[in-house]
Structures are given as C-alpha cells and as structure tokens.
Design a protein around this ligand. Structure first.
Ligand code: 6CS
Ligand code: FE
Length: 307
C-alpha cells in the first residue's frame, strides 16, 4: 500500500515562523534578534558582532591549533575505515552509493570529536552570540569525499529545526570546522549573506520520517526558486574558504548550501550546532513525532562547561 501523501494542516497558535503549510511563496521578516549577547561578554569585538549581525556569519582562519585539527582529521579517517559504522542509524550514506555522507552525534560517540565540538574557544563565541549558556542541539561530520561527494541543496537550517524539531526561536548558531582545506573547488559552504534577516516559508508538507530521505537529498524544506532568486539578487553569494582548522560560525537562519565535490580532494567538516538553553525544543511545528535524539537533542540540555 502506498503511504498517503502528507496533508497541509494549519499552523499552531505558538508558531512564529509557519512553514510547509501552504503552496504560496512568502518571504517575511525575522522576528528575533541576531546577536543576543554584548561586546564585553566574550572574545568577539563589537566589530565582529556587527559583522555577524549584518552578514549572518563569521569566519576565522586559524582559531584552532594544528595538532587539535590533526587529531580531528585522524579520528575522521578512523571512523571512515570502520565498515560497521555504515550500518548504524547515525550514519548517512550518499544517495546511489555506499560512500559515507555524514555521521551524526559524533560529540556522543567520539571523545576526540567531542573535545573539538566543546572546544572552549568555540563555546565562548557561541555563548556570546546567543547571550546565554548553550548546549549542543546537533553534531555531525560531513565527509564530502573526492570525485563523487554529493551537494547539499540550498536551505535554512532553522526552517528544518523549527518545523521538524520544534526549536521555537532563532537563537541557535551553527559552526563548521574545516578538517581538510575547503577550497573554491571542492564544494565549500556557500552562504547568502544577509538572508538570515528574512524567513523564507517553504512549500509543501512534511512527510513522515522525512529525515531518512532529507539527510541524503533534501526536496521538502528548501526554498522555491522565485524566493532564492530574490535573495541572491538582493544579497549575492559568498563562500568562505580556508585551510584545515578554519572555522565558520553561521546564523541558524542563513540560507546556505554546497555543490558537489568532483576534485580528488575531500572536503570534510565537523559541524556543531549550539542552541541557547532558553530555546529548547517544543513539539515539532509540523505536528509529526520528533526526529531521533541523535539528530536533534531533546533529552540533555545541560550547559556546556566554560571558564
Ligand atoms: O536536517 C538537518 O538537521 C540537517 N540538514 C541539513 C541539510 N543541514 C543542517 C542539518 O545538519
Ligand atoms: Fe545546513
């Protein structure tokens, strides 16, 4: 029997960012602050906070020490060589092959990657941007191997975390740590700077167990082409690249994506999502059961340690 196609219902009364409820294109204004902390609260200068406010991201060329990055890369190779890993729920395989695409919740399964994900320098920046204690909503490694590493289509992470995980507000920041060089050629993160100021409602409705397909290739919860064209006309596209050890913080609602990697050089990143302890998940706004805890934390909101 074929699964019934999902029906569009009405948004909940507490839904400040309704999405996937309609077939009409709509770009609305962001309702939350971008920077929740102050200049004296952490390592970021007023200038850096303004940059984040305006552009929705901050890039650092050498935030982490070479030996810390090398340890992360060695761990990544070790995980990749472990064939049993591919059968675990946390592993996502590339569409159409047996290549590893992502592994989720690595801050739970790997002491080395947990150490990097909770690095005091990263936690200090996240706390300052979000103006509170923080915990990890999600972590993953994205392998994007050479030759056949597949793309990530344009999306706002917040749109998914709101609709499928129930995060109420835009008080979340993603952090991408380059474990190999991210060059203009090997499918680096592309961002639409300024897009975090607008909320692009997505069309269609969320299917059940959507994550099983969306983590390989996302078709629902992505912007329509009219909205995307508008954003790029208004803000253009930027791709912050850098050597292994470079770090990009980007606002949860920044529109982003990345192309395929057909170079021989893998583009492997550790991706950590810091959420404010004041923004813990409600029931998913799509009305479906929540995604598993290894994709979206909903049990342990203990604040990350810091100085
Ligand atoms: O669904 C998610 O939560 C994830 N998917 C994408 C394409 N990016 C953000 C996040 O890791
Ligand atoms: Fe994303």
């Amino acid at each position: 029997m074929r699964a019934a196609s999902p029906t569009l219902t009405r948004p909940r009364a507490d839904d400040r960012y309704p999405s996937r409820f309609s077939h009409e294109v709509l770009i609305s204004r962001r309702l939350d602050p971008v920077v929740w902390g102050q200049a004296g609260d952490g390592p970021l200068t007023a200038h850096q906070l303004h940059h984040y406010e305006d552009h929705g991201f901050l890039h650092f060329d050498d935030l982490l020490a070479p030996d810390e990055v090398q340890a992360g890369l060695d761990e990544l190779q070790r995980l990749r060589a472990d064939d049993r890993l591919k059968d675990r729920d946390e592993a996502v395989i590339e569409p159409g092959s047996r290549e590893l695409r992502s592994v989720f919740a690595v801050h739970r399964s790997s002491a080395v990657l947990q150490g990097l994900a909770q690095h005091p320098k990263l936690v200090a920046i996240a706390r300052q941007l979000l103006g509170s204690e923080v915990y990890i909503h999600q972590s993953r490694v994205n392998y994007k191997g050479g030759f056949r590493g597949q793309p990530f289509y344009w999306h706002s992470d917040f749109e998914t975390w709101h609709v499928e995980d129930g995060l109420p507000a835009m008080r979340t920041v993603s952090c991408s740590i380059a474990l190999t060089a991210n060059t203009p050629h090997n499918g680096p993160l592309m961002l639409i700077p300024g897009s975090h100021q607008r909320f692009v409602r997505c069309l269609g409705a969320t299917p059940e167990d959507h994550y099983k397909a969306s983590l390989k290739q996302q078709d629902i919860g992505v912007p329509d082409e009219v909205s995307l064209t508008q954003l790029v006309q208004d803000f253009d596209i930027t791709a912050p690249t850098g050597m292994a050890g470079s770090v990009t913080f980007f606002e949860c609602n920044a529109m982003h994506g990345s192309s395929a990697n057909i170079t021989p050089l893998p583009r492997s990143n550790l991706f950590v999502v810091f959420n404010s302890v004041h923004n813990t998940p409600a029931a998913p706004f799509c009305g479906l059961p929540p995604r598993p805890n290894f994709i979206a934390e909903r049990e342990d909101f203990s604040p990350l340690p810091h100085d």
